[in-house]
Ligand binder design. Sequence first.
Ligand SMILES: Nc1nc2c(c(=O)[nH]1)N[C@H]1C(S)=C(S)[C@@H](COP(=O)(O)O)O[C@H]1N2
Ligand SMILES: [Mo]
Length: 256
Amino acid sequence: MRKPTHQTADRDIILREALARIDSPARRRFLKGSLTLGGLSLLTGCDLGDSAGVEGALRRIDRFNDKVQAWLFDPKRLAPTYDESEMTRPFPFNAFYGLDRVPQVDADGFRLEVTGLVADRHPWSLTELGALPQADQVTRHICVEGWSAIGKWGGVPFHVFLKRIGADLDAKYVGFKCADDYYTSIDMPTALHPQTQLTLTYDGETLPARYGFPMKVRIPTKLGYKNPKHVQAIFVTNTYPGGYWEDQGYNWFGGS
Ligand SMILES: Nc1nc2c(c(=O)[nH]1)N[C@H]1C(S)=C(S)[C@@H](COP(=O)(O)O)O[C@H]1N2
Ligand SMILES: [Mo]
């Protein structure tokens, strides 16, 4: 039996520290289970002697993972839908703060800002959004924190909205800015997916404040953190916009 040398012990510590600093629990488990430092240096072709180097290598693998997920994503495959009787009641609330800090957005003054690679940049009132074609769907929301719940959301199919504003459908990203300083972004194929929705209602009622009034974007093919609530601005871009949790190490593609 071989005793671990000083060097392998150091290397284990380096890898453990790099993982601890950048990863979500789910991603940490995945990388821990599949990687050794030797494997990591083979994959990246780097000599990884310090934690900054290891962190960079892990980030490169994560961006590679985005590309693999985007490539695997089938723009026509639908997320499962459910019967209304299967809805989770009460539907959970989650945000990076507590219920007492949920933003209270004024309905009359609200204008959805639209910028970037779009032909029509006029801001949208809630009345105007309500006049576009609407659809309901009952789907499962999956949060990386270890819970999932079934809800019914209604609103404008997002591809209808993107076409209406003359968005460049060949652009890479659609980004979202929220009233609570949250932000996220998605790839164009997901933005055009038939179930991606500019959501105005929950369970047949005006979207309650805790679930994102006046507007959220519901994306049943993506994990919870890629479903922005209280959306104030939408922009179409070829420049990678990142996201609130994504910039802290959650995987950007975030497929469910
Ligand atoms: N504006 C905003 N959107 C957000 C968040 C947030 O903190 N702020 N949290 C995300 C996360 S991690 C989850 S799980 C869901 C929770 O949505 P719910 O409160 O409707 O369950 O909102 C997502 N969208
Ligand atoms: Mo979440």
